[in-house]
Design a binder for this molecule. Structure first.
Ligand code: DGJ
Length: 744
C-alpha cells in the first residue's frame, strides 16, 4: 500500500518508492510532521516526546500543554498568528481585518489515482504503478476556512506530490495573502542548499552552500519563473555530490511568480516551503468560493543529486504532458533565427529547407519576422498575418513547399505580447496589462497582453487555432520576450487587482490547454528569450523548450548540465549554430557543437547554404548518427560524470536496454600544455558484464577499442588527454549479448 492510515492514532504513513513520509493528528487536532526520509515500515509510532520539548518563550495554544507550541511543532501546513514565528504556509485576512488562521484536523479520504488542481498543469498518474492520493481536510472554525491537503504517491517512485484546496465555507469574505503548495519541517541537521540561478544567456547554473539561520529564499517576481531562478530548492546533507548525500528537493509545477524557502530555525531545524510568491499575490474568497494551488513535487533521494535527478526525470517523462507528445521521439529541427534573423522570406526559407532536407533535418522552423511589418523588434507583435512581400503565397504556401520536400513546417509566435506599433494596439490599447495613470514600461519595445482578461484569452485561442488550421503547420515555437511590470487589469475590481499575476498564468494555461488539446499532433516548443520560463508548468504543454539564447557550445555545457538536475534531456532543445558564435564570438569545432546539441534534443540554427561540402557532410553524419542513437539519448538514463565548474570539462552518459548499452560524451573546456591524462569514471553499467567500447567521436562506429568489464569502466573509467580547447570525445558501449544489428 502506498498510503497506510492508522485510524486510531490518526497516523498517516506514505510510502513513495524508497522513501516514506509520515505525519499525525495530535492533541487539539493539529497536524504534526514526523518524518520524510528513507523508507521505513509502518509499524510502531513516533513518540512525540522525542520530537517536542517545552522551550522558553514558546507560547502554547493550550495552557497546560507547554510542549504544544506552534513555535516548535513540526507541521504540515502552518498557519499564522498562533505563536509560530516561522514562515507560514498560509496567511489570510478575514472580513474584520484579522490575520489569524488556525487549522485543525477535520477528516481525510484515500483515493485511487492522482487528482489535480483545476485549471493548472498537473502530474498524471503513471499507468505502471499503484497510485494513490490522500486528502486531509483541515478547518479553522472561527473564519470557517477549510484547507484540503493533497498528497499523491506512487508505490515505485520517491516523490510526494502536494497541493492544497482552500474553501471558504463561512458567510464572510476571506482574503488569501499567502497560500503555499507545500511546507515541511525537518529536524536538526547540517544542511546544504542546492539551487539553480542565472540570467539571460546563462540559465540554471548550479549553486550550493551551507544553510545558516534565517531565511534562504529562491524566488521570482518577474511574472514568469524566469532566467534568474528556477522554482526548485533542495536541502541536502553537507558534502552532497552526484552519488553521496541525502537530498530533499521541491519543484513547483508553475510558470509564474514563485517563492521557495528554507528557514533555519532557532534549534537547528529547517522549514521548507514552496508555492506562489506572496509579494505579488492576493486572492479574494467570497462565501462558497475556493482556490487551488499549483502542485509541488517533493523528491527524497538517499544517494545524492544523480538519484534526485533520476526521480524527477522518470516522473516528468511518465506523468508530465497534456497531449500526444509525452514519451514520443522528438524531431531534428532547423531554426531560421540565427540564419536569417528578421529577414525570413519564402524563397530563402525554401532554399535553406532544400539543403536541410538533403542533410536529414526533419522540421524547418520559421522564426521571428514572418508577419505584419516585422523588420525589427520594434513593431507588429499582435498582427499575426503573414507579410505578403516576404511570403507571397502566405505561410500555407511555404508550408506546402516544405511538406513537398518531406519536411515538417514550424512557425514562431509570441502571442502574449503586443507592439505599440501594431494594428492590435491601436484597436485594443485596453488589452494590455497596466495601471491607470502610470506609464507603461517597455521591454524589447513591447507591452504585455492582459491574459487575466477572458476576452483576450478567447481571441488568442481563436487566432492561433485559425493559424494552425489555415497554414497546416506542424510545430509552434511559443516565445515570450519580456518580464511583467505595472501589473493591473481594467477587468478586475480594486479588491481583486492582487489576483492579476496569477490570473495571467491561468489565462496562459487556458490558451495552451485549448490548443494542445485541439491539435495533439502539433508539437509546441516553449521559449522565453531562451530558457526564461523553463519549468514543469510550461513543460506540461510544451514538451520541449529552447534552453537558452546562448547557443555557444561551451557555455551550453553548464546550462544543459544545470537544467538536467531536474529535467530529462529531451525537454531541452539544443542547436548547432555558426562560428564565430553570435553571442560570445567563440570558435568551436563543428564536431563539438554537434556533441553538445546531440546531448539533448538535436537541432541546427545556422545558414546551411553558407557551409562547405565537407561541413555539410559532417552535419549529415551527425544527423544520421543521432537517428541511430535517438532512443538511447531521448529515453535512456542520464548520468552526469564531469562538471563544467569543477572538472574543466563536461562529461555525461546515457544508459539503456537494461545497461546493455551506453553512450558517453565528454567535452573539454581549456587545453593545458602537456596536460594530464584524464579519466572519466562511468556509472550505471553492469559490473558483471563485459562491454565492447567503440570510439564514435566522428559520429560513426569508427574504431572498436576493445572489451572492458563494467566493473573496470566504473572503477577506473575511460582515459583521454585533451590537447586542444573545446575538443569532444565520445564512446559507444555495448555488452556482447546486445543485439549486434541494433544500432548499426
Ligand atoms: C528570442 C528567442 O529565444 C530566439 O530564439 C528568437 O526566437 C527570438 N526571440 C526572436 O525574436
Amino acid at each position: 500500500m502506498a498510503i497506510d492510515v492508522d485510524e486510531q492514532q490518526r497516523y498517516f504513513h506514505l510510502t513513495a518508492g524508497e522513501s516514506s513520509y509520515v505525519f499525525q493528528v495530535i492533541e487539539e487536532g493539529y497536524l504534526a510532521h514526523w518524518y520524510w526520509g528513507p523508507a521505513i515500515r509502518p509499524v510502531g509510532q513516533v513518540d512525540r516526546r522525542e520530537m517536542l520539548i517545552p522551550r522558553p518563550f514558546a507560547p502554547s495554544v493550550v495552557p497546560d500543554h507547554e510542549w504544544l507550541s506552534m513555535d516548535t511543532l513540526p507541521q504540515e501546513f502552518p498557519g499564522w498568528g498562533r505563536g509560530d514565528y516561522r514562515e507560514p504556509a498560509l496567511r489570510v485576512r478575514d472580513s474584520k481585518g484579522n490575520r489569524i488562521v488556525d487549522l485543525r484536523f477535520a477528516g481525510y479520504e484515500v483515493m485511487q489515482g492522482w487528482p489535480g488542481p483545476e485549471g493548472l498543469p498537473h502530474l498524471i498518474a503513471p499507468s505502471d504503478g499503484e497510485c494513490q492520493t490522500l486528502a486531509v481536510r483541515l478547518n479553522d472554525p472561527v473564519i470557517r476556512l477549510d484547507a484540503i491537503l493533497y498528497y499523491s504517491v506512487a508505490h515505485n517512485l520517491n516523490a510526494v506530490i502536494r497541493w492544497v484546496r482552500l474553501e471558504n465555507r463561512g458567510s464572510d469574505r476571506v482574503t488569501l495573502e499567502r497560500a503555499l503548495s507545500a511546507s515541511v519541517d525537518l529536524p536538526y541537521g547540517a544542511w546544504q542548499f542546492v539551487q539553480l540561478t542565472g540570467h539571460w544567456g546563462r540559465e540554471r547554473h548550479v549553486e550550493s552552500g551551507l544553510l545558516r539561520g534565517g531565511v534562504h529564499r529562491v524566488e521570482s517576481v518577474r511574472g514568469t519563473s524566469s532566467h534568474q531562478a528556477q522554482p526548485f530548492l533542495a536541502i541536502a546533507e553537507e558534502g552532497v555530490s552526484e552519488t553521496f548525500g541525502a537530498v530533499r528537493a521541491m519543484n513547483l509545477v508553475y510558470s509564474g511568480n514563485f517563492l521557495a524557502i528554507a528557514q533555519g530555525d532557532s534549534y537547528g531545524g529547517v522549514r521548507l516551503g514552496i508555492g506562489i510568491h506572496d509579494d505579488t499575490f492576493e486572492w479574494v474568497l467570497e462565501p462558497g468560493e475556493f482556490f487551488e494551488t499549483p502542485q509541488a513535487v517533493l523528491v527524497y533521494a538517499d544517494h545524492g543529486l544523480q538519484q534526485m535527478s533520476h526521480v524527477f526525470h522518470e516522473l516528468y517523462r511518465k506523468s508530465l504532458g497534456s497531449h500526444g507528445w509525452r514519451g514520443r521521439n522528438r524531431p531534428i529541427v532547423l531554426n531560421s533565427w540565427e540564419a536569417m534573423y528578421f529577414r525570413v522570406n519564402h524563397q530563402d526559407v525554401v532554399q535553406l529547407a532544400k539543403v536541410a532536407a538533403d542533410v536529414g533535418i526533419e522540421v524547418v522552423v520559421i522564426d521571428d519576422g514572418w508577419f505584419g511589418d516585422r523588420r525589427d523588434d520594434r513593431r507588429s507583435l499582435g498582427d499575426w498575418v503573414s507579410n505578403p512581400e516576404k511570403f507571397p503565397r502566405g505561410i500555407k504556401g511555404v508550408a506546402d513547399d516544405l511538406h513537398a520536400l518531406g519536411l515538417k513546417c514550424g512557425l514562431w509566435v509570441e502571442p502574449e505580447m503586443v507592439s505599440r506599433e501594431s494594428r492590435l494596439y491601436q484597436e485594443h490599447p485596453e488589452w494590455c496589462l497596466g495601471i491607470p495613470d502610470r506609464s507603461l514600461s517597455e521591454g524589447r519595445h513591447q507591452l504585455v497582453l492582459d491574459l487575466s482578461n477572458p476576452q483576450v484569452v478567447d481571441w488568442m485561442v481563436e487566432w492561433l487555432g485559425r493559424l494552425i488550421e489555415e497554414t497546416g503547420i506542424d510545430y509552434v515555437k511559443w516565445d515570450m520576450n519580456r518580464h511583467l511590470s505595472e501589473v493591473g487589469s481594467p477587468v478586475w475590481p480594486p479588491s481583486r487587482q492582487g489576483e492579476v499575476y496569477h490570473r495571467y498564468v491561468l489565462g496562459l494555461y487556458r490558451v495552451l490547454e485549448a490548443l494542445t488539446g485541439r491539435y495533439p499532433e502539433v508539437l509546441f516548443e516553449g521559449c522565453s528569450g531562451g530558457g526564461g520560463r523553463f519549468d514543469p508548468g510550461m513543460l506540461y504543454y510544451t514538451p520541449q523548450i529552447w534552453t537558452s539564447d546562448n547557443s555557444d557550445a561551451i557555455d551550453r555545457l553548464a546550462i544543459q548540465y544545470g537544467t538536467s538536475l531536474l529535467y530529462p534531456v529531451e525537454t531541452m532543445t539544443a542547436h548547432v549554430s555558426a562560428v564565430p558564435n553570435h553571442q560570445v564570438g567563440r570558435v568551436t569545432p563543428l564536431s563539438t557543437r554537434g556533441w553538445v546539441a546531440f546531448s539533448a534534443n538535436l537541432g541546427y540554427e545556422l545558414d546551411l547554404r553558407k557551409l562547405s561540402r565537407q561541413e555539410l557532410d559532417e552535419i549529415r553524419q551527425q544527423i544520421r548518427f543521432y537517428r541511430q542513437m535517438r532512443d538511447l539519448v531521448q529515453h535512456g538514463t542520464f548520468y552526469r560524470l564531469a562538471s563544467p565548474w569543477r572538472d574543466n570539462s563536461a562529461g555525461w552518459m546515457f544508459v539503456a536496454s537494461g545497461a546493455q548499452e551506453a553512450l558517453v560524451i565528454w567535452i573539454n573546456q581549456w587545453a593545458e600544455v602537456s596536460g594530464p591524462i584524464r579519466w572519466l569514471r562511468l556509472r550505471g553499467l553492469d559490473p558483471t558484464q563485459d562491454y565492447r567500447v567503440v570510439d564514435v567521436t566522428q559520429f560513426d562506429f569508427g574504431r572498436e577499442l576493445g572489451i572492458w568489464g563494467g566493473d573496470r569502466l566504473m572503477g577506473q573509467g575511460l582515459a583521454w588527454r585533451f590537447d586542444r580547447d573545446f575538443q569532444a570525445k565520445a564512446w559507444y558501449l555495448r555488452t556482447r549479448e546486445f543485439h549486434e544489428g541494433e544500432r548499426q
